[in-house]
Design a protein around this ligand. Structure first.
Ligand SMILES: [Ca+2]
Ligand SMILES: [Ca+2]
Length: 165
């Protein structure tokens, strides 16, 4: 009996959803507007809460969130940086990775290397070049949802997404 039920369940699961017919009306629509971890970080540095992060706010915020990590000024190892990234970017493998940051290849990430990288990212997010990054500039608009096989094609609101991460 159980085997028959399992077979029925499997058979039902194998039926492809028909085009235009929702499988589950309570299932949320796949996200087409998303924010990358580094974008969330930059948004969180909006100190005066006006919805825009300036370069000065970003630098001030970076200084604050690295203060608690001993040795950041002179350089921390990749593992220590990954600990920092997990806390402030949400994932140990989020960009910028230590490999992105360690420009001189000494296996350490310094505050200056981190700040330089964020300056570059900031300039790329600031699509209209007004010296501040708005929430709209931080969003990534996907032309197709995540769960489609061709869901990797991406576009950015405001034109031109940061390419080098
Ligand atoms: Ca602000
Ligand atoms: Ca801007």
């Amino acid at each position: 009996m159980i085997a028959v039920l399992l077979m029925l369940t499997a058979a039902q699961a194998a039926v492809p959803p028909q085009a235009g017919v929702p499988v589950d009306p309570y299932r949320p629509a796949p996200a087409t507007i998303v924010a990358e971890p580094v974008a969330l970080f930059i948004a969180g540095m909006d100190h005066d809460r006006d919805g825009r992060t300036t370069a000065a706010e970003l630098r001030e915020g970076l200084t604050e969130v690295t203060r608690g990590t001993p040795g950041f000024a002179t350089g921390i190892g990749y593992i220590a940086y990954s600990d920092w990234a997990e806390r402030y970017l949400g994932d140990r493998n989020a960009v910028p990775t230590p490999f992105d940051l360690d420009r001189n290849g000494d296996q350490k990430v310094t505050f200056d290397e981190l700040a330089d990288r964020f300056d570059t990212l900031f300039a790329r997010f600031d699509a209209n070049k007004d010296g501040a990054v708005s929430r709209a500039e931080l969003l990534t608009v996907r032309t197709t949802p995540y769960n489609r096989p061709d869901g990797d094609r991406r576009g950015r609101r405001g034109g031109g997404r940061p390419q080098e991460r």
